[in-house]
Design a protein around this ligand. Structure first.
Ligand SMILES: [Zn+2]
Length: 489
């Protein structure tokens, strides 16, 4: 049996969050009525001329900075010719051998992953195959096309074939996503297609430095499906190679439901596209001044932010990784900490990476869309710190606030439901005494029992007292009072 090494390179298509499209003034917005953001330019009507969006170029320059790329003094656009109904011009304006960014890197864990290039191009429209009549296209009756997305600016970021496992590929996309989010060039929503990943994967005998024949995998809509698809594909290729059959260079489609890839078409070569320089656009010449401006405006990178949160809040690398690696989550937590009493970083991080994260996963909501604002979370942390809420009660209040109760205000929920924790010694002592009086036989056994009996009975008393207090007794005070009462007369 040969030991195989997995070799993966990724192409990440990132929709840039500009106000308008790449070559016209149509709005760049997700979710509008189909075919409402269109004009002669993005519909490819005769005689229309493209004008390059300056903001899109600025975003590309930012990505170039973040990924340590070379930015050549001149880059140009090409026409990539092919027919597909979602592309009204019958060609796509893209970049070919002179892209805006080349030769950079991104650190993933301990390894530096090479970036081959990043180039600007326009997105295509979106086709939906509808009806279940068993027709020729994916079993559909007919297809609908929406050109709102046609002409939206994309930056295609191509890695070198430096990734060595599905897990590493997943970590690379997660890190890249954090970077793109941090530098404000994209909303990075994989579920809305703002970030799309194609993967090239091949195997070679361990120790070889020659690349094997690769397959390109498409249609992975989440980090999880990326890892699953690559695992499946690595296994499929290994089986073929073990059996002495060649891997075919082709494009394969990931079927999420079936959990397998299947052949889509043989892989095109770049000469199939008959690239030629776009005659309607001048070369792109970003000035040194402009690049300096972009450099000066670069925000904190995720890896730096992670280290800062770990040291200033005293939280683990895992928790800091969750905060920085989940779109919008670190911003949310930092806003909560700013509104909370001093030194609350760790508490806030615990709530955010625990209960809040579980809610986000379940609901699919973005942190910014939660009914509980960062200020609301700060309020909750304060209510625990000043003894108004025990931790179990705070969990209850948090769940209610996340469900939209009390207008998302923990203080209002506590007041409405009478949830405040009871710390009053008189009331707590009376509850302890009532329970001990009602269970004198158990008290007798406790006093004469061994450690094991005592531990068991103590838990029994505590449960009864808490029930007496309807779950609202301050546990610290109760523990002390119970110990005193059991030790005493
Ligand atoms: Zn347009």
């Amino acid at each position: 049996m040969t030991a195989w090494e997995t070799v993966i390179g990724l192409e990440v298509h990132c929709e840039l969050a500009t106000e308008t499209k790449l070559f016209c003034g149509c709005r760049n917005d997700f979710g509008a009525e189909p075919n409402t953001y269109v004009c002669p330019v993005c519909l490819g009507l005769p005689g229309s001329l493209p004008v390059l969006n300056e903001r899109a170029v600025e975003f590309a320059l930012r990505v170039g900075e973040a990924l340590h790329c070379d930015v050549p003094a001149e880059s140009i656009f090409h026409r990539k010719n092919y027919f597909y109904p979602d592309m009204p011009k019958n060609f796509q304006i893209s970049q070919y051998d002179e892209p805006v960014c080349g030769n950079g890197w991104l650190t993933v864990g301990e390894r530096r992953i090479g970036i081959e290039r990043a180039h600007l191009e326009e997105d295509t429209g979106k086709t939906s195959h509808v009806g279940g009549g068993g027709g020729r296209i994916h079993g559909a009756d007919h297809s609908l096309v929406d050109y709102n997305r046609a002409g939206v600016p994309l930056l295609e970021i191509v890695s070198k074939p430096d990734l060595r496992s599905p897990d590493e590929a997943r970590a690379y996309v997660a890190e890249l996503r954090s970077v793109l989010e941090a530098i404000g060039v994209s909303d990075v929503k994989m579920e809305e297609g703002s970030l799309r990943v194609d993967a090239n994967i091949s195997l070679r005998p361990q120790g070889s430095d020659k690349l094997g024949t690769r397959a390109e995998i498409k249609n992975m809509n989440s980090l999880r499906s990326l890892a699953r698809a690559l695992e499946y594909e690595a296994e499929r290729q290994a089986e073929r190679l073990e059996a002495g059959e060649p891997v075919i260079q082709e494009t394969r489609h990931w079927d999420e439901e079936a959990g397998r890839t299947h052949s889509l078409r043989s892989k095109e070569e770049s000469h199939d596209y008959r690239y030629f320089p776009e005659p309607d656009l001048v070369p792109l010449l970003p000035s040194e001044e402009w690049r300096e401006q972009v450099r000066a405006g670069m925000p904190e990178m995720p890896s730096v932010r992670k280290a800062r949160l770990m040291s200033s809040w005293g939280i683990s690398e895992v928790d800091a990784g969750v905060l920085v690696g989940t779109p919008g989550l670190a911003d949310y937590a930092e806003a909560a900490v700013a509104a909370a009493p001093a030194g609350a970083g760790r508490d806030v991080a615990n709530w955010v990476t625990g209960d809040l994260m579980a809610h986000l996963k379940e609901s699919g909501a973005a942190p910014s869309a939660l009914p509980l604002s960062p200020g609301g979370l700060a309020e909750l942390v304060k209510l625990v710190a000043d003894g108004t809420l025990s931790r179990p009660l705070a969990k209850e209040v948090l769940a209610a606030a996340l469900g939209g109760a009390g207008g998302g205000s923990p203080g209002a929920i506590v007041a409405e439901r009478g949830l405040a924790q009871v710390s009053d010694e008189g009331a707590l002592a009376a509850a302890v005494q009532a329970v001990l009086d009602a269970h004198s036989a158990e008290v007798e056994r406790y006093r004469g029992g061994d450690d094991k009996d005592r531990k068991k009975l103590r838990g029994f008393f505590m449960g009864k007292v808490m029930a007496e207090m309807k779950g609202k007794g301050n546990p610290q005070v109760l523990n002390r009072l119970l110990d005193e009462a059991l030790a005493g007369s």
